[in-house]
Design a binder for this molecule. Structure first.
Ligand code: DQA
Length: 149
């Protein structure tokens, strides 16, 4: 059997996720994005996986990073924030990247306003995790790292 590529995972956070910790803590928790990224990096180190964490408030920048993942990354973990419910360009880029995708939401989007119940990313994702806060990223990372075992 050919040796699998070592896990090299891109973690993307979309608009307003740079405001974690300050933004609606009752919904999103008290941890900052730096805390989230530190927990992801620590778990990646335990798993022996490479991880790159990026955040942007701009749809086009997220699209560019997703395109660049093609042939380079073994998985993408994405919390596209509100773009999950509105963007066609992000799922188009994810399909074009041909990389397994994990969709994460900190909150349980199904307990919230009806406009959050649909995500354009979910049907192309390998897995979707919502409502588990920061742990959602770590569960996604555990699974994504196994793809490369
Ligand atoms: C979110 C849920 C989205 O509906 C919202 O727009 C966000 C964050 C979450 O992580 O729960 O920005 O993706």
């Amino acid at each position: 059997m050919p040796k699998a590529m070592p896990a090299n995972i891109l973690v993307l956070n979309g608009p307003n996720l740079n405001m974690l910790g300050l933004r609606e803590p009752a919904v999103y928790g008290h941890e900052t994005l730096a805390d989230v990224n530190a927990a992801i990096q620590a778990r990646a180190d335990e798993l022996g996986a490479e991880v790159e964490c990026r955040q942007s408030n701009h749809e086009g920048e997220l699209v560019t990073w997703i395109q660049q993942a093609r042939g380079e990354k073994t998985a993408i973990i994405i919390n596209a924030g509100a773009y999950s419910h509105t963007s066609i360009a992000i799922p188009d880029a994810l399909r074009a990247a041909e990389v397994p995708v994990y969709e994460v939401h900190l909150s349980n989007i199904y307990q919230r306003e009806s406009f959050r119940h649909h995500s354009y990313i979910s049907d192309l994702a390998t897995g979707v995790i919502c409502g588990l806060g920061l742990d959602g990223y770590l569960y996604a990372l555990n699974s994504a790292a196994k793809l490369s075992d």
